[in-house]
Design a protein around this ligand. Sequence first.
Ligand SMILES: C[S@@+](CC[C@H](N)C(=O)[O-])C[C@H]1O[C@@H](n2cnc3c(N)ncnc32)[C@H](O)[C@@H]1O
Length: 266
Amino acid sequence: MRMYNDKQEAIKQWTNDPCGLLGAKNYQIGTREFYERVDRNRYEEYAPWMKSVMEFDRYGGQSVLEIGFGMGTDLFQFARAGARTFGVDLSPQHLEIARKRFEIYDLETNLQLADTEHLPFADETFDVVYSFGVIHHTPDTEKAVAEIRRVLKPGGKAILAVYHRDSAFHLCVFGGYLLHLRFFRESYRENLSRIEYREQSDACPLVKLYSRKQFATLLRDFSSVSIECNHLDPTHFGFLHSLISPDLVRRLEPRYGWYLTAKCVK
Ligand SMILES: C[S@@+](CC[C@H](N)C(=O)[O-])C[C@H]1O[C@@H](n2cnc3c(N)ncnc32)[C@H](O)[C@@H]1O
């Protein structure tokens, strides 16, 4: 079986194919039109549930650290609502695209290249640590969570989203792997890595999945944790998609959605 350097694969993946670029493909990166299109795609088309679940505008005046800020889309929402924002990411390309966004809108922020498993901040620095779709891509997720907890102030809040193992989407991915006999050609790790949009490189980013129980166990050191499940689309049911009504999607989403979001208090 082929071995991968997970962090190098992550850098390769998101430097060649920035996360969310697909939704703004025909726009010039770094322009106001580009960022506006990225926002519309994210909050109106891809994940219309996101703004109400993440409550970006609730933290005005507080210090918010985002782990794996990508193109800076969510961090910008916190900043626009008056939060003091900080961010770390592994990808230099993401750093450049996110910095440019804040520059264009003349908003202050503090972004740097750093690893979530070794955060370059003192203990008890932040009111809020936010991370969407990131800690499941790093090899030592336990360490990442310990670091997040370490840099939070007592009583501070972590908002963390990961991929859901027991989701309709994963069932469909796993079913396809078996049905098309892909296991003869590639490992499941390689198969899963292809759920990340990849056009410009042959990167193989690490993708881990969590059941609700596994996610709760990962977060056991927080004093309180509540987990919800979101993100379900008829296409997540593969060839059965035409049988799935919008009403059924609404009813199944809290159990079989693709993202688990935890809100945790230190
Ligand atoms: C799927 S993207 C999500 C980006 C952004 N949060 C979003 O939702 O658009 C994963 C991000 O995690 C970053 N990442 C992966 N491993 C990391 C690590 N160990 N430390 C910091 N960032 C990491 C990647 O560079 C990439 O920006």
